[in-house]
Design a protein around this ligand. Structure first.
Ligand code: TMP
Length: 203
C-alpha cells in the first residue's frame, strides 16, 4: 500500500488486512520504515524533526536498511508460511520520495532495489492517490510534524507524480485508487481489487 501523506494509507492497510483475514486468509502486516527492532530505531532517526536535513542518499540507504530487515524478519518468513503480507509502504516509497521527491538519480534507487528486494515483487501495489493539500491540511491541525511532514507542498507533488508515473508504466500489478473519495467508497474498491487478487491466486 503506497501513497503520500494523508491518503489514509495506514487505515486502508488495516482494512485490507482485516478483509483478507475475514476471507479465511492468513495475513501479516508490515510497515516501512519500521516493523523490526532495527527498522523502528531507523524510523526514529529518519522521522526526527530535530535532525533537519540529511544527505538524500544517506536517507535512501537508511530506508533500504530498514527494508532489508523487514524482508528478512517479517516478509519472507510470512510468505514461507503461506500468509499474505500487506505492507504499509514498500519500495515504491523510495522511488517516490528519494528519487522523485529528493532528486537522487533513479538509477541509485534501482540499484538498491535490485540488491535488497531482488527479483521478488508484490502481487499487487495499490497507490492511494490524492492531492497533497488534503493530507497536509490534516497534519497542520495535529501540531507535531515529523521530518517528512515538514516538507513543502512541491515535495509531495513530486512524490505523488512519481507514484503515478511508475504506476502507469508498471503494468497490471499497479492499481491507482482515488483516495480523495469517501472512506466507504475507497474500501469498496479495495475489497473488489482484493477479491480479484484472491481469484487470480487460486486460479
Ligand atoms: P509513514 O508516515 O507512512 O509511516 O512513513 C514515514 C515517512 O517515510 C513518510 O513520510 C514517507 C517516508 N519514506 C520514504 O521517504 N522512503 C521510503 O522508502 C519509505 C518506506 C518511507
Amino acid at each position: 500500500m503506497e501513497g503520500i501523506e494523508g491518503t489514509g494509507k495506514s487505515t486502508h492497510t488495516a482494512y485490507l488486512a482485516g478483509w483478507l483475514a475475514q476471507q479465511g486468509q492468513q495475513v501479516v502486516t508490515a510497515r516501512e520504515p519500521g516493523g523490526t527492532p532495527l527498522g523502528e530505531r531507523l524510523r526514529a532517526i529518519l522521522l526526527d524533526p530535530g535532525l533537519g536535513s540529511m544527505p538524500p542518499l544517506a536517507e535512501a540507504l537508511l530506508m533500504f536498511a530498514a527494508r532489508s530487515a523487514s524482508i528478512k524478519e517479517v516478509i519472507l518468513p510470512a510468505l514461507e508460511r503461506g500468509a499474505w503480507v500487506v505492507c504499509d509502504r514498500f519500495v515504491e516509497s523510495s522511488y517516490a520520495y528519494q528519487a522523485y521527491g529528493r532528486g537522487i538519480p533513479i538509477e541509485h534507487v534501482q540499484t538498491l532495489d535490485r540488491q535488497i528486494v531482488g527479483a521478488r515483487r508484490p502481487d499487487l501495489t495499490v497507490v492511494l492517490d490524492a492531492p497533497p493539500e488534503l493530507g497536509l491540511s490534516r497534519k497542520a491541525d495535529s501540531g507535531n510534524r515529523d521530518r517528512f511532514e515538514q516538507e513543502s507542498l512541491q515535495f509531495f507533488e513530486r512524490a505523488r507524480s512519481g507514484y503515478l508515473q511508475r504506476a502507469r508504466a508498471g503494468g497490471a500489478r499497479f492499481r491507482i485508487v482515488d483516495a480523495s473519495r469517501p472512506l466507504e467508497e475507497v474500501r469498496r474498491e479495495l475489497a473488489r481489487i482484493a477479491s480479484q487478487l484472491l481469484e487470480d491466486a487460486s486460479g
